[in-house]
Design a protein around this ligand. Structure first.
Ligand code: GLN
Length: 454
């Protein structure tokens, strides 16, 4: 099989299914075919293979790609064609992948269903009436539908893990700082991480190996040695200590989802692990704290979209103020505006202490819940999301219900920890995700557990 064959197969599959799934925002066909040819020629001339040699991949559209539009699924950036590659994109090129295209998402990664894309929704390949999850919904659907070998997503409050769960694939959010954010269009800088969406855990280990590592261009990048993730997949989890927070399997969790998680815990017990129920008492405040903090950071990060420096400028603005006002009014969708308003309010003088500062304190308490549990246990396990994928349109008029979907993933971002979602069965034909949360920089353990389970 040549690289050209693989890339061919990818575009054939896209041709067959993407009119239904609609995972892509842009295809990179000409360029992909010519780099496939180049890789084949290099190999023919005795060149060596990179770690991910010749694999066709997709990239979430908030990760900048030189020469391929990067829209963040926003009208504001509909014409933005970056002049550089994100660090992760550069690393994947070094590992010799082939970028097939850019994947749909909720606008600026704000959402959990892909319905906030300014261009079109993406549909769940398991059942086209359901959402694929979000915000990396295109990234998850493209892998689940076999359009690409794997993809990159970003996770600020669950945006890799929740769509992975809804689409029956593996999604990992690395420890904050492990993967460079250089070239990731910022949503909430203290929470954002890029990570892999793959068909299985082994692929996740390979992809993480390729993209992680210190980057001087990201001031929050962790300067640590990167372990060999691939060799950590030993299958051996004897003696592993698992904490199961009672808040993660309690009220608000679909009983059928809970049942699948309990079955999964039985499987893990069969492999020699032990689990115990614990309490993470601050879980119930995580969603409120997250929406204040993430929106505050977003209101600041999105100030750069002013109609002057990037993207679309309103053509009927008559002065500078109108350039800002009209470009932003036309360019941003409703959810993005809602968050900018909430964040600006939370940061404004007089309210700062009551909202932003308070939320920061709650963040510390949540981090302490994790520190305590992970002092006595190796990993924390629960569902990735409270339900399976909901129907398209079911929650669009109710942002608060939509926000509550993230209750199980958000705490992990607030604490900066790594977590992986691995499929653990079906409920009424739709996949359920099992979430394995680990200690900071201990990706090797959560990969090992997920791999042993899978
Ligand atoms: N659904 C969450 C939100 O809307 C998480 C998004 C994300 O992780 N990017 O903010």
């Amino acid at each position: 099989l040549s690289v050209s064959d693989l890339v061919d197969a990818s575009f054939t599959r896209i041709g067959e299914v993407d009119s239904k799934v609609q995972a892509f925002l842009a295809l990179n066909e000409e360029d992909a075919r010519s780099s496939a040819k180049q890789l084949d020629e290099q190999l023919g001339q005795g060149g060596s293979r990179g770690l991910l040699f010749g694999l066709p991949i997709g990239i979430k559209d908030n990760i900048v790609t030189e020469g391929i539009t990067t829209t963040c699924a926003s009208r504001f950036l509909s014409n933005y064609n970056p002049i550089y590659d994100a660090t992760v994109v550069r690393k994947l090129k070094e590992a010799q992948t082939v970028t097939v295209g850019k994947l749909n998402m909720d606008e600026f990664a704000m959402g959990g269903s892909n319905e906030n894309s300014a261009f079109h929704p993406t549909y769940n390949p398991w059942n086209l009436q359901h959402v694929p999850g979000g915000s990396s919904g295109g990234s998850a659907a493209a892998v689940a539908a076999g359009e690409v070998y794997f993809s990159l997503g970003s996770d600020t409050g669950g945006s890799i893990r929740q769509p992975a769960a809804y689409c029956g694939i593996v999604g990992m959010k690395p420890t904050y700082g492990l993967v460079s954010r250089y070239g990731l269009v910022a949503f909430a800088s203290s929470l954002d991480q890029i990570g892999p969406l793959t068909k299985n855990v082994e692929d996740s280990a390979y992809l993480l190996q390729a993209i992680s590592g210190y980057d001087p261009q990201d001031s929050t990048s962790a300067n640590v040695d990167i372990p060999d993730y691939i060799s950590s997949l030993t299958g051996d989890i004897k003696g592993l200590r698992i904490a199961v927070p009672k808040e993660y399997i309690g009220e608000g969790i679909d009983p059928a989802v809970k049942a699948k998680v309990l079955e999964a815990l039985k499987v893990l017990e069969g492999l020699g692990a032990k689990w115990e129920e614990v309490s993470m008492p601050h879980t119930e405040y995580a969603v409120a704290a997250y929406y204040l903090l993430a929106s505050s950071e977003a209101s600041s990060n999105l100030a750069r979209f002013d109609g002057v420096r990037y993207g679309v400028r309103s053509s009927d603005a008559r002065n500078l103020l109108e350039v800002y006002q009209k470009s932003r009014s036309d360019g941003f969708g409703a959810e993005v505006k809602r968050r900018i308003m909430l964040g600006t309010y939370a940061l404004s003088s007089g309210y700062y202490d009551a909202y932003y500062l308070k939320a920061q304190k709650v963040r510390t308490l949540i981090k302490q819940d994790f520190d305590q549990a992970l002092a006595d246990f190796d990993v924390i396990i629960g569902p990735t999301a409270p339900t399976t994928a909901f129907k398209i349109g079911e929650q669009t008029n109710d942002p608060l219900t939509m926000y509550l979907n993230d209750i199980l993933t958000i705490p992990v971002n607030l604490a900066g920890l790594p977590a992986i979602s691995v499929p653990c069965g079906l409920v009424e034909g739709l996949p359920v995700g099992l979430q394995v949360i680990g200690k900071a920089l201990d990706e090797a353990t959560i990969l090992r557990v997920a791999h042993a389970f899978e």
